[in-house]
Write a new protein. Sequence first.
Length: 126
Amino acid sequence: MPTPVKPVADKQGLQLDPGRRRSMRVLLSVPIFVTGETREGQKFEEQTRTLVVNAHGALISLAAKVIAGQQIQVSNRATRKSMGCRIVYVGNPAAGKMQMGVEFTEACPSFWQIDFPPDDWVVPED
């Protein structure tokens, strides 16, 4: 029998579900410019778009061959703001590109220029 999941209290005493995401995901295509090094150590620069964004990072698609744990630089082409990111997930290749999850190395919820729902927001159930 699986061990029951126990909620964890955060700093303000709210109960957090350990399986819950840190922030809500939003389907949003933002033009970005990504720089870094491939897994072979070759420098790359690539223009692409986000697939999904959240307050802590994004899901993007890149042709450059990278691996989880690598550091890259993501620039929002609309605002020209840049953030250091860490690749936290690399999916399977499709159409010559790989989808990957990236997280900001420093918190920056305003990077995508959208307002995310508050942390305690809950979708009403029918």
